[in-house]
Structure formats: structure tokens, C-alpha cells
Design a binder for this molecule. Structure first.
Ligand code: SF4
Length: 299
């Protein structure tokens, strides 16, 4: 058994280079974000469940996978669930992958990622932490059970202090909720201060069922967002704001990122010409990738 390749939805404007993806947990994610994109995946159904069997297979998966492409953990249920404290599946998988020289791309919303800095130091690793806002009132509405923005900022700082490249994902940007320029400036300035190298941004792309849930949670916000998305289009199961509006939001916020001398990337927007870096932070472990592509050309 080999490591699974990240299944990039190219039709959804994904520009990711080849990489693997490993989900260490299945089922509903404990963070319970109202905008969660993963709810449309079959593996997200049911209570959070640790993939204990992965621990029996990860060694052979790493051994049988020749190409040392980065391994992302993960694209679905967050790899740093509260259950991870007990099961340590993400940690043990990262240890094995590091031993086999796979670069790691960690994507999480949890500050408990800092427990594993010693493992990340053993192989080229990029840690991406999502921070959509500094405002507790907004965070507790859109990400009710995720660690607070303060805890995530402090985690970013701890990672950066270990000289491990950190990316902050301001994703999603929800129009009228977290796209205020002053709030955004405060957020980016804080991220720059704690040592973030890059900001990756994406506008919200709701999945089926989002608006009916939102209507029950907050009818006023529902009315506003429903109107804004009404003339958007569906792309591979996601509702996009109309192109002009998406571009307007990104062009309003991008200069703030560049002003703070951070790299900028948009994710699955179709505006890669605005990017100064790859959205998943792969560039920071590019040496190994380059070696892989060189070998490919030679062989
Ligand atoms: S952290 Fe990610 S996977 Fe978990 S609920 Fe939020 S958006 Fe979904």
C-alpha cells in the first residue's frame, strides 16, 4: 500500500503541485466550523474516529512510496482533533514520514500542533494554521469549537520561533463577516509580528446545505449572504461568488498583505496571477521537490 495522492479538483481552480494526503481522523471534525467544506465528503459522516489501523500500515506505506513528495495532513477532518492528545496518530505518522524523509505540510486550526515541533524539525515541514479573524465574537460564531484566535496566533509564534516556516490561512473570507479592511489590517499585522511568512486567502465557497443551516443559526446573516451568492456559480460542488466580486475582495485585501512584506497566495480562485507564492506553502520545502523533478527529467 502506498501513500494516497492528493486528489486535486483541477476544475475547481486548484493549482497544487503533486503531493500526498494523509487523513489521520475520519468523521465529523470537532471544530464544527459553520462553513466547513469537508461535510460533502463521505469520510466526514459520523462521529470523529481515529484511524488506529493506520499505525499498523504507515511504515510499509512510507517504505513502498518511492517519490519523496510532500505529505499533507490533511485535507478533510483536522489532524489535530482533541482525540489526538490521547491517540497520537498524527504524531506517530509524522514520525514515520520524517524518518523516511518525506516533507510535511501540516494544515490545522488547532494550537495542539505545537506538541510535535520536535518531529517537524526532523524533515522539511511547513505548518499552516487557519486564522480567519482576531475577533472572538466572529470566531465563536463561524468556528464555535475551534481554539480561539489568540491560541492560534500563539501557536504560529511558537512554530516560527523554531524556524519552521509558517503560513497563515485566512480562509475563508466571508463577505460582510471578516472582510473589513481595518480588522484585516490588524490581523495581518499581528501575523507578521509573530513570524508568519505567507498569507493564503480564499473567499468562502459554500457547499450544499450551508444556507439552510445558516438560516437557522442567524436569519439576518443568512439573508445577506444568500443575496450576495445568488448570482454566483457552482464549481465542482462549491458555490463561488461571482468572479468580479471575488476579484474585488482579493484586490482590496492583497495590498495589506504585501505592505507587511509577506508572500501572498489565493487558493482555488482562478487568479493565480495575483499570487507571489504557492498557496500550500510547498515552496518552503521546494529543494526536495526540485530534486524529485530533476530526477524525473533525467530518468
Ligand atoms: S477545521 Fe476544517 S475540517 Fe474541521 S470543521 Fe473546520 S473547516 Fe471543517
Amino acid at each position: 500500500m502506498k501513500l494516497p495522492i492528493f486528489n486535486a479538483p483541477r476544475a475547481g481552480y486548484c493549482t497544487c503541485l503533486p503531493k500526498y494526503n494523509l487523513n489521520t481522523y475520519l468523521g465529523r471534525c470537532a471544530h464544527a466550523c459553520i462553513y466547513c467544506y469537508a461535510v460533502k465528503f463521505p469520510s466526514f459522516i459520523g462521529p470523529t474516529s481515529p484511524r488506529l489501523k493506520l499505525l499498523d500500515h504507515i511504515e510499509s506505506m512510507a517504505r513502498d512510496t518511492q517519490r519523496k513528495l510532500p505529505v499533507m495532513m490533511s485535507d478533510c477532518t483536522d489532524s489535530y482533533q482533541p482525540l489526538e492528545k490521547e491517540h497520537k496518530i498524527t504524531r506517530r505518522c509524522a514520525e514515520v514520514l520524517a524518518k523516511h524523509s518525506f516533507p510535511l505540510l501540516i494544515v490545522t486550526k488547532s494550537d495542539s500542533v505545537t506538541r510535535d515541533l520536535d518531529v517537524f524539525k526532523q524533515t522539511p515541514t511547513v505548518v499552516s494554521i487557519t486564522v480567519t479573524t482576531l475577533r472572538e465574537d466572529i470566531a465563536s460564531f463561524i468556528e464555535p469549537h475551534a481554539p480561539s484566535p489568540d491560541r492560534r496566533i500563539s501557536a504560529l509564534q511558537k512554530v516560527a520561533n523554531k524556524d519552521i516556516p509558517v503560513v497563515a490561512r485566512i480562509d475563508p473570507i466571508i463577505p460582510t463577516i471578516n472582510d473589513d479592511e481595518k480588522d484585516f489590517e490588524r490581523l495581518v499585522s499581528t501575523l507578521a509580528e509573530v513570524g508568519v511568512k505567507q498569507i493564503t486567502m480564499a473567499t468562502m465557497k459554500p457547499v450544499k446545505g450551508f444556507f439552510s443551516t445558516l438560516k437557522q443559526l442567524n436569519p439576518e446573516v443568512y439573508e445577506r449572504l444568500f443575496r450576495l451568492y445568488a448570482d454566483g456559480k457552482w464549481v465542482v460542488g462549491y458555490k463561488y461568488l461571482r468572479e468580479e466580486l471575488r476579484r474585488k475582495i482579493l484586490e482590496k485585501l492583497r495590498p495589506i498583505v504585501l505592505k507587511h512584506e509577506l508572500s501572498f497566495a489565493s487558493c482555488r480562485e482562478g487568479f493565480s496571477q495575483l499570487n507571489t507564492a504557492l498557496c500550500d506553502g510547498t515552496a518552503y520545502c521546494r529543494n526536495l521537490l526540485n530534486a524529485y523533478f530533476d530526477n524525473l527529467v533525467k530518468s
